[in-house]
Structures are given as C-alpha cells and as structure tokens.
Design a binder for this molecule. Structure first.
Ligand code: FMN
Length: 352
C-alpha cells in the first residue's frame, strides 16, 4: 500500500498516459487486469477552460477506480484554473497530473510538456498554484532532463516536493531521446529513498522482469505501464501478482489474447463509433498477436484487412483456431519466470 495524497493505493502499477490510446474505454478495459491507478491522456489546459467539445470527451469518466486527469500547459494560472474547472465538470477526477515530459515539438514550442523541466522553479510554481486551486492530490510527470548534459531531475523533484506535490512520475529518458533509446536506469539507483513522496517509475516496462528490475534499482512505489501494456493487458496482472506474493504467472495463450482483443474492440467501438473505432483498432489489434506463430502475417492482416467489427472478429477467430493452447513466448515475450530470475540478480547487485 502507498499513498497518493489521501488516496490509499493498493497495487504497484500505474497505467501511463498515452495520447491517442488511453481513452476511457481503454482504461476501463485495462483496469480489471490490475492497474492500481490510471491516468488520462494529456488534455490541454486551455481546451478545458474554453470548453472545447473534444476536451469535454476526455473529461467524462465515472468513479470506478483511482483516475487522474493529466493537464498540459505552460501558464501556472491557466493550469490552476483548468484544474478547478475540470474538477467542477467531473467530480470523479481523483487527482490532477501535470505533464512535464511530453517531447513533441508542437507542445514544447508552446512552453508546455518537457520544456518545463528546464525551469525547475516554474515546475514548483505550477504545482503550488494547482494545489491551491483544487483539494485533490496533484502529481507531476517529468523526464530526467532536456539532454544528457543537462540532467536535472533532482532539482526538479526538489522544487516539486517543496511545492507540495503528492507523487512524481519519472520517465527515465531525456527529452532528446523522445521515446527511443535506452532508458537511463543507471542514473536513478535508490531514487525513491532520496524522495519524500512516492516515485512512479517509467521507461520500457514491457515484461514483469522489467518491472522487477525497475523497482529493484529505484525502490519506486509503482511502475508505469505504457507501451508495454498495449496488446498485453495481462502484463498488469503479472506485475501485480509478482509484487503481491512473488508468483511469476506464465504469459497468456493466443486464444486469451484474441478474446481480450475482441473485448477491447467492442469497448472502443462503443466509445468511438464504427469509423474512428475501426481505425484505432487497426493500430491496437496487431499488438495482441506479437510473439505468436505467424505473428508477422497476422499483424499485417490485422493492420490492413479489417474494415469492420465483423472482419476483425473473423480474423481473430482464424488466429485463435490455430492455437493449440500455446502461450505467447517467442521474441518480445520471453519466458517470464526465467527473466524474473535474472532481474532479481540486478536487484541484489544494486543493494549489495
Ligand atoms: C503514443 C504515446 C503517447 C504518449 N502520451 C503521453 C501523454 O499524453 N502524457 C504523458 O505524460 N506521457 C505520454 N507518453 C509517455 C508514456 O506515458 C511513458 O512515460 C513512456 O512511453 C515511457 O514508457 P514506456 O517506454 O514503458 O512506453 C506517451 C507515450 C507514447 C508512446
């Protein structure tokens, strides 16, 4: 158990914000697999204040499980006003998360996202203003720094903490790495012990072993599952189970994957309608068959041959008919038990 302000969080996984992915339907689908906390995709603070209809869609969700609204913007006052307005529109928002990590040029050019970490005092000022505008917890999501030469996460965390932040998520890459390149876990050993608020650690969490390693190195209260959970919802279950009792669950079968994919499809179609939903599913569905037999062919077909729910269902049926109870184990999804054994040695060498 750890605390996010006054929220008691049971579990070690946070479903990370992913623009274009983590809609309410995606979060509702992922939650039962074990996500202890969910965060919305980033929402423009200006958009909230001006009541754009697209923004309103991001804000609507029920009180089913702890969910944070992620805001992006650059002006502390606008962010504070947006947070207050959002909570008024949707009292189910459990906490506000401020995006201080987005590397996208369009966002950065406007002074928002990762460019904020160039100015640690401003990061603190934002949290201070947002905290005074709402009476729910406020968190921030940062990167290690702008470039390897200007790594300054300790300074940023110090400012955020002084401002009363309730938790900090750290994506262990610099801004210039965008989403590629090795996450720099070598720069954050024991980071949680240096901090007085919970650390949520992010960066290449694709397997339960990755989570074990990330927590072993940093001592983080929780790991953030982002790209690794796309097409692999059971990853959340594996991570939660491991941290509960040390059990390493095997990977799911191909049949389970196809069933879950169709379940997600129905939720996305209900949320986004047939046209937008089918387009979105062409990017989501192929991930569910990564690592299965004939994966390359199936991924390709799921990305290009599905024009309707019926097409998708038929293709998933065809894939699952091939399943002889086989588990997804091949490249990209190694045997989790063997991998966790290796990851544990990282932990002991770090703490030795
Ligand atoms: C397509 C995509 C969209 C993302 N959108 C957001 C976002 O809206 N807000 C945010 O804080 N991080 C965003 N991220 C970053 C993720 O939350 C996460 O920190 C990052 O992907 C590193 O984790 P991973 O290597 O395990 O995927 C996004 C990442 C991807 C790949």
């Amino acid at each position: 158990m750890w605390r996010l302000g006054d929220l008691r969080i049971e579990g070690r996984t946070v479903l990370g914000p992913m623009s274009g992915f983590t809609s309410a339907a995606y979060r509702d689908f992922m939650k039962p697999f074990g996500a202890a906390v969910c965060v919305t995709e980033m929402v423009s603070a200006q958009g909230v204040i001006h009541g754009h209809s697209r923004t309103a869609a991001y804000l609507g969700f029920g009180r089913n499980y702890p969910t944070g609204l992620q805001l992006f913007g650059h002006d502390p006052e606008i962010l504070a006003q947006a947070a207050a307005a959002a909570v008024k529109m949707n009292p189910n928002i459990d906490f506000i998360d401020i995006n201080m990590g987005c590397p996208v040029p369009k966002v950065v050019r406007n002074g928002a996202g990762s460019v904020l970490i160039k100015d640690p005092a401003k990061c603190g000022e934002i949290v201070r203003r947002v905290k005074s505008a709402v009476d729910i917890p406020v968190t921030a999501k940062i990167r290690l720094g702008w470039t390897p030469a200007t790594v300054n996460f300790r300074e940023v965390i110090a400012e955020l903490t002084a401002a009363g932040v309730d938790a900090v998520a750290v994506h262990v890459r610099t801004r210039d790495q965008r989403y590629a390149g090795e996450p720099r876990y070598d720069l954050v050993p024991g980071l949680q012990q240096e901090m007085s608020v919970p650390l949520i650690i992010s960066g290449n969490i694709y397997t339960v072993a990755d989570a074990v390693r990330a927590v072993g190195i940093t001592g983080a209260a929780a790991v953030m599952v982002a790209r690794g959970g796309v097409g692999d919802p059971f990853l959340l279950t594996q991570i939660e189970r491991y941290f509960r009792d040390g059990t390493v669950l095997p990977n799911p079968t191909v049949r389970e994957q196809t069933e879950w994919c169709l379940e997600l499809a129905d939720m996305i179609l209900a949320e986004q309608g047939e046209d937008a939903g089918v387009r979105r599913l062409r990017t989501l569905a192929p991930h569910f068959v990564a690592g299965c037999r004939r994966s390359r062919e199936y991924r390709n077909r799921l990305a290009t041959e599905t024009d309707s729910r019926a097409d998708l269902a038929a293709l998933l049926n065809e894939i699952s008919a091939e399943d002889g109870g086989e588990r997804i184990y091949t490249e990209g999804r190694p045997d989790p038990a063997a991998e966790v054994r290796k990851a544990r040695t990282v932990r002991s060498s770090q703490t030795a």
